[in-house]
Design a protein. Structure first.
Length: 198
């Protein structure tokens, strides 16, 4: 009888734990959220895909194709569906397929590559104001915020894509500072400054 009670209690605790990290559709709560990196480029996990995002310009996504001089189809709608997420443009051409696994404390994301390639994996830890992407191999962390306004400045395109919005960068720096304790608990040895183009 005691073992039955212990089993029921364990199952109850597991369901409570999962409820905080999964939404009503049993998918990670960070799916469909817009997470800004310090360069002003967003990452959006949708179902089994990761997409890059940028703010709309004058309510449209068309100018990004000209600005970036790339053969990329930027669209304001969520890929494969008719509903936009936030006020961002999706890079519908360059997406990254992944498999997510909930470990009980964080989500492990593994990029699905070619059969002869080793999968790149990283962890996503939910923190106040956003997430921390943690790469265990070198203990690198990339903080990203979904609780910050979208960048409104112009973007430098060379050598890397970077938004010119000083106030926004200060807000992001405050978020990074506030996440230091969480990063230490995770085991981050250094925080990566992301300035690469999408």
């Amino acid at each position: 009888m005691n073992s039955l009670k212990a089993l029921v209690f364990t199952a109850l605790m597991l369901s409570v734990s999962l409820a905080g990290c999964l939404n009503s559709e049993d998918e990670p709560e960070f799916f469909g959220e817009v997470y800004w990196q310090e360069n002003g480029v967003a990452l959006i996990w949708v179902d089994e895909w990761l997409y890059y995002g940028l703010p709309k310009i004058n309510g449209s996504c068309d100018e990004w194709n000209v600005i970036l001089d790339a053969e990329i189809d930027w669209d304001k709608f969520k890929p494969g569906e008719g509903d936009p997420i936030g006020d961002v443009c999706f890079d519908n051409a360059r997406n990254e397929k992944h498999v997510s696994t909930y470990t009980g404390d964080y989500f492990e994301i593994c990029v699905v590559g070619d059969e002869d390639e080793e999968n790149l994996c990283y962890d996503i830890h939910l923190i106040n104001g956003g997430i921390i992407r943690y790469y265990e191999e070198n203990a690198e962390c990339v903080p990203q915020s979904n609780d910050i306004r979208e960048p409104t400045g112009e973007y430098y395109t060379s050598p890397d894509l970077l938004v010119d919005d000083e106030d926004w960068h200060e807000e992001f720096a405050d978020f990074v500072g506030d996440s230091e304790n969480a990063a230490e608990e995770i085991g981050c040895l250094r925080t990566v400054q992301v300035t690469r183009s999408p």
